[in-house]
Write a protein that binds this ligand. Structure first.
Ligand SMILES: Cc1cc2nc3c(=O)[nH]c(=O)nc-3n(C[C@H](O)[C@H](O)[C@H](O)COP(=O)(O)OP(=O)(O)OC[C@H]3O[C@@H](n4cnc5c(N)ncnc54)[C@H](O)[C@@H]3O)c2cc1C
Length: 470
C-alpha cells in the first residue's frame, strides 16, 4: 500500500492532468480521507478530482502501473468506513463529476454522472412529476455513485425496494482503465451475465462507477402521514400486518422507534411528542392515497378500527406541512440525538419480518443477563425487517471498556442474527466496520467466490483494498 507517492508518479500526474487535479493539503486529506463513521483516522497520501470518465481511466491505469492503491469517494455519508483512506491510498473524489443529463420521459430514465447529489437528482426530475425513489436523511450530501456502490436502502424500501431496482445501466471504470458501458438505457438485454448488477453494492472494490442511467417513477400524487403509539413491538408488527391487508392506501414508509429513542429526541432540541403520555413503541406511517373527502372518511374509519382493536393506543394524522415535518423529525433525529448524548455503538441488522419480535426479545434478555450496563436504542425501517441497534456509552464508563463490552455483545447478537436467518448489514454495507461480522451472513463458499471475482477484476488488489474482506 502507498506510504508516500513516488516522485515519478506525481510527475506523471502533473504532466497529464490539470493543475487542480491533485491536492496534498492536510485539511483536504483529513476531509476526503474519511466518511461519516468517525472511527478511523484519515491518512490518504493525496486526493484527486477527475472531471470525466477518461480522467478516471487514465488515473486508474497510472495507479495500476505504479502499484498505487485508490479509494473511490462519494458524498462520504457512508456508515461502514467504505470510503475511508487510512493507509496512504489516493482518494478518488467524484465531486466534480456531478452532471445530470436531460430526463428521457419516454423511457422514464435519466443519465447522471456518479457525483450527482441524490437530492439534486430528485429536484431535477420533480417538475416532470418523476422521481428516483432513493430517499433518506443524508440525501442532501450522498452521491448517486455512493448510493449505487452501497445498494442503499432508506425510508421507502417497503414501497420501491433497494437502489439496485432503480439502476438501468452503469458506466464503470475498472482498475486496468477499461471503460465499461453496462446495459445503458435498455429495458431488455438477455445476453449473458448481468455485469451492471455485479457492481451494485460492492462498495467500490470492483470498479469506479462514473455514470448511471437511473430508472424513474411517478411522484406519489397525494400522501398522508400518521404517527402511532403502540403497546409493544409485537403490536407494531400486528399493525403492519393490518396495514398491509386492510389499509385503504399504498404504504410508502413504515418506520419504528422505541420509547427510549423518542425520549432521546425529546431531550434534544425543540421536539414535542404528539401524545400526552408515553407508550412502549411508535410507528411513523406514510401512505399514498386519493385526495378526497371520501378518502378522509376511509382513513378515519381505518384508524378507529386500529384503536378499537388495540393495534394502536393513540394516533395522529398530520394536518399541515409543518406538522408533517415535526412528525418526520421524531424519527429522523433519533441518530443525531443519541450522538449528542455521547459515544454510540451502531449496528444495522436485517431479519425476516416474521422473526423481528423474537429477535428483539432475545436481545433484551441477552442484555439484561450479560450486559446490564448497555442500554438498547432500537429503531429503523420495520416494514423492511431492518433494525438499527444502538448502544449509548454510560457517562461513567471508559471508552475502551465500552467498546470491549459492545464487541462482546455484538458477537452474541450476530449469533442471534444467524439463528433467525438475518443479515449483519441491512443497508449500510460492510466496509471496514463490519468485516469481522461478514462470516455470520455469508458462507465460506460465497466468500471464496467474492475473492475470485475481486482477483479477476483487480488482480493487484489496488481498488479500495481491505474493504468488505481482506
Ligand atoms: C444521517 C444519515 C442517515 C442515513 N440513512 C441511511 C438510510 O436510511 N439508508 C441507507 O442505506 N443508508 C443511510 N445512510 C448511509 C449513507 O448515506 C449511504 O450509505 C449512502 O448511499 C452513501 O453514499 P455516499 O455518496 O455518501 O458514499 P460514500 O460514503 O462516499 O461511499 C460509500 C461507499 O461507496 C464507494 N463509492 C462511492 N462513490 C463511488 C463510485 N462513484 N464508484 C464506486 N464506489 C464508490 C466508497 O468507496 C464506499 O465504499 C445514512 C447516513 C447518514 C449520515
Amino acid at each position: 500500500m502507498n506510504k508516500s507517492l513516488s516522485a515519478a508518479f506525481t510527475a506523471e500526474i502533473v504532466n497529464r492532468f490539470s493543475s487542480d487535479f491533485i491536492t496534498f493539503a492536510p485539511e483536504e486529506l483529513a476531509t476526503y480521507g474519511r466518511d461519516w463513521t468517525r472511527v478511523y483516522d484519515a491518512a490518504p497520501s493525496a486526493v484527486v478530482f477527475p472531471r470525466s470518465s477518461e480522467d478516471v481511466s487514465s488515473l486508474l491505469k497510472l495507479c495500476s502501473s505504479h502499484g498505487i492503491a485508490v479509494v473511490p469517494s462519494g458524498g462520504r455519508t457512508g456508515l461502514s468506513g467504505g470510503a475511508v483512506a487510512a493507509n496512504g491510498e489516493v482518494v478518488l473524489s467524484m465531486v466534480r463529476m456531478n452532471k445530470i443529463f436531460p430526463v428521457d420521459v419516454l423511457s422514464s430514465t435519466v443519465r447522471v454522472q456518479a457525483g450527482a447529489v441524490t437530492q439534486a437528482v430528485h429536484e431535477f426530475c420533480q417538475p416532470l412529476g418523476l422521481t428516483w425513489p432513493i430517499d433518506f436523511s443524508s440525501k442532501g450530501s450522498s452521491h448517486v455513485g455512493g448510493n449505487i456502490a452501497t445498494n442503499a436502502g432508506g425510508q421507502r424500501v417497503i414501497r420501491y425496494g433497494l437502489t439496485r431496482n432503480w439502476v438501468n445501466g452503469l458506466q464503470v471504470v475498472t482498475m486496468n482503465g477499461d471503460i465499461l458501458e453496462l446495459n445503458g438505457a435498455l429495458q431488455k438485454n438477455n445476453t449473458g451475465m448481468d455485469l451492471c448488477q455485479l457492481f451494485i453494492g460492492t462498495e467500490g472494490t470492483l470498479g469506479v462507477i462514473t455514470e448511471a442511467t437511473l430508472r424513474l417513477t411517478p411522484l406519489p400524487l397525494h400522501t398522508e402521514l400518521f404517527f402511532f403509539a403502540t403497546s409493544s413491538l409485537r403490536a407494531a408488527l400486528d399493525l403492519l400486518k393490518h396495514t398491509k391487508l386492510n389499509g385503504p392506501f399504498k404504504i410508502l414508509t413504515f418506520e419504528y422507534l422505541s420509547n427510549d429513542c423518542l425520549e432521546s429526541v425529546l431531550q434534544f432540541g425543540a421536539h414535542k411528542s404528539p401524545f400526552n403520555s408515553s407508550s412502549d413503541s411508535y410507528v411513523l406511517l406514510e401512505v399514498e392515497c386519493e385526495d378526497s373527502e371520501r378518502q378522509k372518511e376511509r382513513l378515519d374509519d381505518w384508524m378507529r378500527f386500529a384503536i378499537e382493536t388495540n393495534l394502536i393506543t393513540d394516533g395522529v394524522l398530520a394536518q399541515s406541512h409543518e406538522e408533517r415535518n415535526q412528525l418526520w423529525a421524531l424519527r429522523e433525529v433519533v441518530s443525531e440525538s443519541l450522538s449528542a448524548q455521547g459515544q454510540v455503538h451502531k449496528n444495522d441488522v436485517a431479519l425476516p419480518i416474521a422473526n423481528l419480535d423474537e429477535f428483539a426479545n432475545d436481545m433484551q434478555s441477552l442484555l439484561s443477563r450479560n450486559y446490564p450496563h448497555l442500554k438498547l436504542f432500537l429503531f429503523g425501517h420495520l416494514g423492511d425487517g431492518n433494525f438499527h441497534v444502538n448502544f449509548l456509552k454510560p457517562r461513567d464508563m471508559e471508552k475502551a471498556q465500552f467498546l470491549e463490552i459492545c464487541h462482546a455483545a455484538d458477537v452474541e447478537m450476530f449469533e442471534a442474527v444467524r439463528k433467525y436467518g438475518g443479515s449483519v448489514s441491512a443497508e449500510h454495507g460492510i466496509g471496514l466496520l463490519k468485516k469481522a461480522a461478514l462470516s455470520y451472513s455469508r458462507s465460506p463458499a460465497e466468500l471464496r467466490i467474492f475473492k475470485q471475482i475481486k482477483q479477476a477484476l483487480d488482480p493487484q488488489n489496488l481498488l479500495n483494498p481491505g474493504k468488505i474482506f481482506d
